[in-house]
Design a protein around this ligand. Structure first.
Ligand SMILES: [Zn+2]
Length: 291
């Protein structure tokens, strides 16, 4: 972002010199194109920290993360929970908070079985990446409050709807003590009805530390009539077992970005007492996050 600011400042200076302004305008447009492209590429780290693999210590233990987005779903999620339990696997559910609020018992069951519930926004807006800082804070902060209320734990991971984001997202996540988690590979299980192809995408170059993306919400029907994920997941769990990989939740694999601030705190507390990264003035979102 510093380079981006420099381009804009340089362009402003150049714009004062007659004859140079077309070059300056071109530089600004090119810079905007890079930022936009970075936001459309979910695994990019250009717009701030973005976790696409488990930490080395976790990978060294042979761990892998299965993440399930867009639930909970009253039809699919209970079956997913049973399949995970049969394999002794733990997973992470990136829940849409409004759906979670509609199925509170299901959310508590996810937690009761030892899985992790994390933040996938409140209503999963399709234009999420276009929301400004206020929109991000409202969508994400509201989801934090709802999910913490249902599970008794404040989520520490956020995944953007459709993986899309923009440069204004990272400061909001920082204030809410959330880390952005993307994935190593995804199965495209909401689009592809073929379980074999979905499994192939997830397990190509499979290795310890991978973060895999599937969906228990918005599940697509497979050729046999059932949700594709329910055909893929048992095969995936078997494959992981054959490779000696242990599916763990992000609660156990990822250290939290910061210590959880005490209730009524300002949301900026740090484990080591430092002030962390330098940031501009922060709107007060602590109330929303810790209600
Ligand atoms: Zn999603």
């Amino acid at each position: 972002m510093k380079a981006s600011a420099a381009v804009h400042a340089g362009a402003a200076a150049l714009a004062l010199a007659p004859g140079l302004w077309p070059w300056a305008a071109g530089a600004v447009l090119a810079n905007q194109a890079v930022l936009t492209a970075a936001g459309l590429w979910p695994r990019s780290a250009l717009l701030g920290p973005n976790i696409t693999r488990l930490p080395p210590a976790s990978a060294a233990r042979g761990e892998i993360a299965i993440t399930l987005d867009d639930g909970p779903d009253p039809e699919v999620t209970p079956a997913v929970l049973d399949q995970l339990e049969a394999a002794g696997a733990k997973a992470t559910f990136f829940c849409i908070a409004a759906r979670a609020a509609a199925h509170p018992a299901l959310v508590r069951e996810i937690v009761r079985r030892g899985h992790s519930v994390q933040n996938h926004s409140h209503v999963h807006r399709h234009h999420f990446a276009l929301l400004g800082p206020r929109g991000f804070a409202a969508e994400i902060g509201r989801a934090q409050a709802v999910l913490a209320d249902l599970t008794g734990r404040m989520p520490h991971c956020f995944r953007a709807p459709a993986g899309l984001r923009n440069p204004l997202l990272d400061p909001v996540l920082h204030r809410l003590n959330l880390q952005l988690v993307s994935w190593t590979r995804r199965g495209f299980d909401t689009r592809d009805p073929d379980p074999a192809r979905v499994l192939q995408r997830l397990t190509k170059h499979l290795s310890a530390g991978d973060i895999l993306l599937l969906h228990d919400g918005h599940a697509r029907q497979g050729a046999s009539g059932g949700p594709v994920i329910l055909e893929v997941l048992p095969r995936l769990l078997l494959r992981l077992h054959e490779h000696g990989l242990s599916p763990v939740s992000l609660d156990s694999a990822l250290p939290r970005r910061h210590a959880t601030p005490p209730p009524g705190g300002n949301g900026n507390a740090h484990e080591d007492g430092s002030e962390g990264r330098t940031r501009g003035p922060a709107p007060r979102t602590g109330r929303m996050a810790h209600r």
